[in-house]
Design a binder for this molecule. Structure first.
Ligand code: APR
Ligand code: PHB
Length: 396
């Protein structure tokens, strides 16, 4: 189909997840024009339940993008997490171990809602439910994004395209074969997650290693709990009635003198686990950011924070490009991001390996995990290492 209309912008952004929307917000504040294209509806992206832990640096970036008002009012500031193993809980005092850093619990879904409403309030272009998105001429000085909206085929001409369309998007797939190297690891686990209308039973997140498998107690607000259970990647959610989920959570998280408060299950789903990175994160005038370039398993709570870190670097490089006309910073984008990407890949793999039970019940593995957990909570150096990675202050 031939385009029937052409529009022009400086930076075309594919995908309205946290990466694309935050990039648009940061560039908007610097007077750089963007058009954001999203293939799902506004309602869909504002109700998809995703991650919930923000590093301090991520909070600061959202402040810079001008969207942290509600996050500052409603986000829950946490100064520690709990590691549970061998029937006991041990607190890792994140703030104490990192010279004052903390994390904020605030759902990715809420971040997306705040970014969308700020964008629409500013009258800046954000198009939902676009179809047949196709990137063209990405190695030229005038890359284009073609799409159709309500039957009208449009061509968006840009200086640069930001591929922020997640792990199943079209951007990465547009890069010619042979350019990218990819690195991945599959895990034999997934997480069965629920959102429940009940006050969280712990003030802080609890990561539990148990003979029945991993479990995590998290939250979204003083009235909403978010809980996860290690399960198989092909787990049939239909066989997990609410009562069975609570029973399993009680078994994995329960301790003498402590019970998990139960409540109505509002949402449930299975999250697969994968580690994946492509290098470089750029080809011509296409720059990949967030899940489009890398995936981490959720155990380290890094996916959202990495996506935000990428767009911070990309926004800085674009601001430099428009100010000076030099592409030097843009050329350094991939390398600058990848150092941190690999730090987070390692941390997420490490947390995943330490906390999940192998299905064959390998006793040697389990003994190693417990030895590692015990070392992590008894050695100041080991605890500090976990803490600086968790809060995002570790040097990459
Ligand atoms: N055209 C337009 N938009 C698309 C296309 C396409 N062809 N394909 C996908 N998208 C949209 C998706 O619908 C989604 O809204 O791109 C967006 C990508 O957003 P995310 O998947 O949230 O990815 P990102 O912004 O990189 O954020 C990473 O999301 O999955 C979590 O754990 C991950 O927390 C991390 C965060
Ligand atoms: C969440 O609350 O969704 C959450 C918290 C910590 C994680 C992963 C997910 O490591």
């Amino acid at each position: 189909m031939r385009p029937v209309r052409t529009i022009r912008t400086q930076v075309g952004i594919v995908g309205a997840g946290p990466a694309g929307l935050t990039l648009a917000g940061l560039l908007g504040r610097q007077g750089i024009e963007t058009v954001v294209l999203e293939n799902k509806s506004r309602d869909y992206i504002e109700h998809r339940i995703r991650a919930g832990v923000l590093e301090q640096g991520s909070v600061e970036l959202l402040e810079e993008a001008g969207v942290a008002g509600r996050l500052k009012r409603e986000g829950l500031v946490h100064h520690g997490i709990e590691l549970q193993f061998d029937g006991e809980r041990h607190r890792v005092p994140l703030t104490e171990l990192t010279g004052g850093a903390s994390i904020v619990i605030y759902g990715q879904t809420e971040v997306v809602k705040d970014l969308v409403s700020a964008r629409l309030a500013a009258g800046a272009p954000l198009l939902f439910e676009v179809q047949d998105v196709r990137l063209a001429d990405i190695d030229s000085h005038c890359p284009r994004v073609e799409f159709s909206l309500e039957g009208q085929v449009t061509q968006l001409e840009c200086d640069v395209v930001a591929g922020c369309d997640g792990s199943h998007g079209v951007s990465r797939a547009t890069i010619p074969a042979g350019v990218l190297s990819s690195y991945s690891r599959e895990y034999p686990f997934a997480w069965l997650g629920i959102l429940a209308a009940v006050a969280p039973s712990s003030d802080e997140l609890v990561y539990a290693h148990s003979p029945r498998g991993f479990a995590l107690l998290s939250m979204r607000s003083p009235q909403l709990s978010r809980l996860y259970l290690q399960c198989r990647p092909d787990e049939d959610i239909a066989s997990w009635e609410d009562a069975r989920i609570w029973e399993e959570l009680q078994l994995r998280l329960g301790l003498p003198g402590w019970t998990l408060a139960e409540g109505p299950v509002l949402e449930k789903g299975v999250t697969p686990m994968r580690s994946f990175v492509v290098e470089p994160m750029q080809y011509g005038n296409l720059f990949l950011a967030g899940d489009a370039a890398h995936i981490v398993p959720p155990t380290g709570a890094k996916g959202l924070n990495l996506a935000l870190h990428d767009v911070r670097i990309l926004a800085e490089a674009l601001v430099d490009y428009y100010a000076t006309g030099s592409k030097k910073s843009l050329a350094a984008y991939s390398e600058r991001c990848l150092r941190r990407v690999w730090r987070s890949e390692h941390f997420s793999w490490w947390m995943t390996s330490m906390l999940h039970r192998s299905w064959d019940g390998d006793q040697y593995d389990e003994k190693l995990q417990v030895a590692q957990l015990r070392y992590t909570v008894t050695s100041g150096a080991a605890a500090a290492s976990l803490a600086e990675n968790y809060v995002g202050t570790a040097k990459a």
